[in-house]
Every structure is written in C-alpha cells, then in structure tokens.
Design a protein around this ligand. Structure first.
Ligand code: SF4
Ligand code: SF4
Length: 144
C-alpha cells in the first residue's frame, strides 16, 4: 500500500486517521500458512480469482489474505461510530503514531490478481502448475 503522507510521525500531535481517510477500516486481513505444496499454491490462486480478495506477504515473511470491504462502523466523516466498543485489533492498530500503513507499506509483496502471483512463483521457479488432464472421450454408447 503506498505511503499516504510525507509528514513524519513526530509532526502529528494526534492520530492522523481523518487525514488518512481511515485506510485501515476498509479491509480485513487474516494470516494464512505460508504455501509450500502445489495444492497450497493453487488455493491462493483460487483466492485471487475472487474480486476484492488480495494476498500479501508482510515484512516478517508472514502471508495474509486480505478482503477489501469497508467496516460498517466507519462513518462518512472517516470516524469510527463504534469507537467505545471497537475491537481490540482496532485499538492496537496505528499506535504509537507511525505504526500503520499511513506511514509505511506493510507489504513486502502484494498480489491483487492471479497473474501477478503466478509471475512471482515463476520467478522463484516454484512448480505450482497442475498438469492438465487429458480430455475424457465421449462415452461410446452416446448417440451422435
Ligand atoms: S490507524 Fe493509521 S491507517 Fe488506520 S486510519 Fe489511523 S492513520 Fe489511517
Ligand atoms: S470498528 Fe471502528 S476502528 Fe475498527 S475497523 Fe471499524 S471503523 Fe475502523
């Protein structure tokens, strides 16, 4: 995710969430196992074939699936309308100021389409492709 500000964290006296337009409230990301088998590589291609689903690798080499979907609690003013009861993950995110995607991209690699992911695997010479099955002949008892 591109950096959204040129200002440094210490130049902010309070969280810059409104200026940021609440980027972290527009998706959820869940850590997944690092793929190691052909099936696991293929499963990630399956995820990426779906709209608004992305996969990324963070700077600790952990893999994540990301669903681009806005939180219901995010208001048009870019403020959280469940602020007092927001989930713990939201409380922990972005603190101290500077520890969020407004300042630095969390992605070492980001795949928003199967082709980008396939190129990544090919560059690493990973054998991810299944062989195509031969076409099954038509049943001999089927009338033409
Ligand atoms: S915590 Fe960071 S990414 Fe989230 S809204 Fe605030 S400034 Fe933006
Ligand atoms: S609950 Fe609030 S802080 Fe958490 S993602 Fe939704 S709008 Fe953002």
């Amino acid at each position: 995710m591109p950096r959204k500000t040129k200002k440094k964290p210490e130049q902010y006296s309070e969280l810059p969430c409104v200026e940021c337009r609440a980027q972290c409230c527009r998706y959820i990301a869940v850590e997944i196992d690092t793929p190691r088998t052909k099936k696991e590589y293929d499963d990630i291609r399956w995820y990426l074939l779906h709209e608004n689903v992305n996969v990324f690798i963070d700077h600790d080499n952990a893999w994540h699936i990301e669903f681009r979907t806005k939180c219901r609690a995010l208001g048009p003013d870019y403020r959280c309308h469940e602020y007092e009861t927001r989930p713990q993950v939201c409380r922990d995110h972005g603190w101290p100021i500077g520890a969020c995607e407004f300042f630095d991209s969390p992605h070492k690699a980001y795949f928003n389409h199967p082709e980008a992911y396939e190129r990544y695997l090919d560059r690493r010479k990973i054998d991810w492709r299944y062989r195509r099955r031969p076409r099954v002949n038509r049943r001999p008892d089927v009338d033409e």
